[in-house]
Design a protein around this ligand. Structure first.
Ligand SMILES: CC(C)(COP(=O)(O)OP(=O)(O)OC[C@H]1O[C@@H](n2cnc3c(N)ncnc32)[C@H](O)[C@@H]1OP(=O)(O)O)[C@@H](O)C(=O)NCCC(=O)NCCS
Length: 357
């Protein structure tokens, strides 16, 4: 592994484009990794001065209603086709995880089309996302798209401010939102009422999330007219579109239940444990008085309460923090063993579409 340089980033990008896009460009889909002042990074393995395996990653903070969780997002894992099966992909991923942990990530997240490869390397499903189907049958119950128009650069402040009102989100500065709004093949509309932008929604994202509304902000009165417009634009080419909704937005879930939209609860991402010290301090910010978490190794955290101590290992730590589909069983066991209720666990993070890598 070598230090990251511009040339190295270019070489990594070329390999990612070859493997993941059949040679088509992808830098504009991931501005926080590839634009000139990007904070995101690439890791590479080289042989004979050539990048042969790579991935992208970025340090991010997951804001939830109860705690902020330092996290790394990883994506675009790729090995040159001619030398696969020699452990290079596993190594570049392991080295990225080490780097992310040593820089303070309590965990890493990624989005995989084929999760099996990651599962075999210690990654597990994490968190919850709800996806609703909008189709001819229920779209007639959406409000008219009154006041809806395509977003322009002048809407960035309003969009960023609506985004920032989500209790569960990735922390982002306005300049990052501005860069992300420039992702190609994305339709972004806003709803303006009495001169004020009160809702926005984005559908499509580069070569991903076609017909999926993956990010939005505002109250139902501001967002649903935009959804209505996105449906009107899509209905001739697609039987249905989809909308991602976090658990932390009950008004939207209630609307889709009311219009009898088909919905499915899926997992938010794949996760891998990072730095247990940072994770233990995240737990401590969530625990009630009299309960403490202590990192006892790179893979274990001891939780101590009035009744005793319980040692959590690797996957148990992630399942205590944020199990798939809100399954509280690991938290129940902790509560029983340490002898007190821990109402702040699990946490409910959500990653909106513009942040995915
Ligand atoms: C996935 C990928 C990065 C692995 O790279 P690699 O350098 O071959 O990785 P490793 O050598 O560490 O692991 C290879 C092993 O994974 C297995 N494997 C490869 N793809 C797999 C998949 N989709 N599901 C399950 N196992 C898979 C191989 O059969 C091999 O098994 P073996 O060790 O028993 O022979 C590489 O196949 C690749 O670039 N694929 C296309 C891009 C991709 O799918 N990226 C992930 C999406 S972000």
């Amino acid at each position: 592994m070598t230090m990251e340089t511009t040339t190295q980033k270019d070489a990594a990008l070329a390999l990612m484009e070859r493997v993941l896009r059949d040679g088509r460009p992808m830098a504009r889909e991931y501005p926080l990794i590839f634009e000139s002042n990007a904070t995101g990074k690439v890791e590479t393995l080289e042989e004979n001065d050539e990048v042969v395996s790579t991935c992208a990653w970025i340090a991010r903070t997951l804001a939830t209603p109860t705690a902020d969780v330092p996290t790394a997002f990883i994506g675009s894992v790729a090995t040159s086709p001619s030398i696969r099966g020699r452990g290079l992909g596993s190594r570049v991923l392991a080295e990225t995880l080490n780097k992310a942990s040593s820089q303070g990530a309590a965990l890493s997240l990624l989005w995989a089309d084929e999760p099996e490869w990651y599962q075999a390397r210690g990654w597990i499903p994490f968190g919850t996302e709800n996806v609703y189907v909008i189709e001819h049958g229920n779209a007639i119950l959406l409000p008219e798209p009154i006041g809806v128009r395509a977003a322009t650069d002048a809407d960035t402040d309003a969009i960023h401010s609506l985004y920032s009102q989500h209790a569960s989100r990735t922390l982002r500065i306005k300049e990052e939102t501005a860069s992300l709004l420039g992702i190609p093949n994305m339709q972004t509309y806003v709803c303006e009422q009495e001169g004020e932008v009160v809702g926005y929604a984005c559908m499509g994202r580069g070569e991903d999330l076609q017909h999926v509304i993956h990010e939005w902000g505002g109250s139902p009165d501001g967002v649903l007219p935009v959804v209505s417009q996105l449906w009107a634009k899509s209905r001739n080419e697609s039987e249905r579109i989809f909308m991602m909704v976090p658990d932390s937005e009950p008004d939207f879930r209630a609307f889709f239940k009311f219009v009898k939209a088909e919905g499915a609860q899926g997992v938010l991402a794949m996760a891998h444990l990072g730095c247990t010290k940072v994770m233990a301090s995240t737990f401590n910010s969530l625990f009630p008085e009299g309960v403490t978490a202590t990192a006892t190794s790179a893979e274990t955290i001891d939780v101590t309460g009035p009744k005793g101590t319980l040692r959590l290992t690797n996957h148990e730590i992630l399942l205590a923090l944020c199990p798939p589909r809100g399954d509280r069983r690991v938290v129940d066991v902790i509560e029983q063993e340490v002898g007190t209720a821990i109402p702040n666990l699990p946490v409910s993070p959500f990653v909106w579409g513009l942040d995915s890598i």
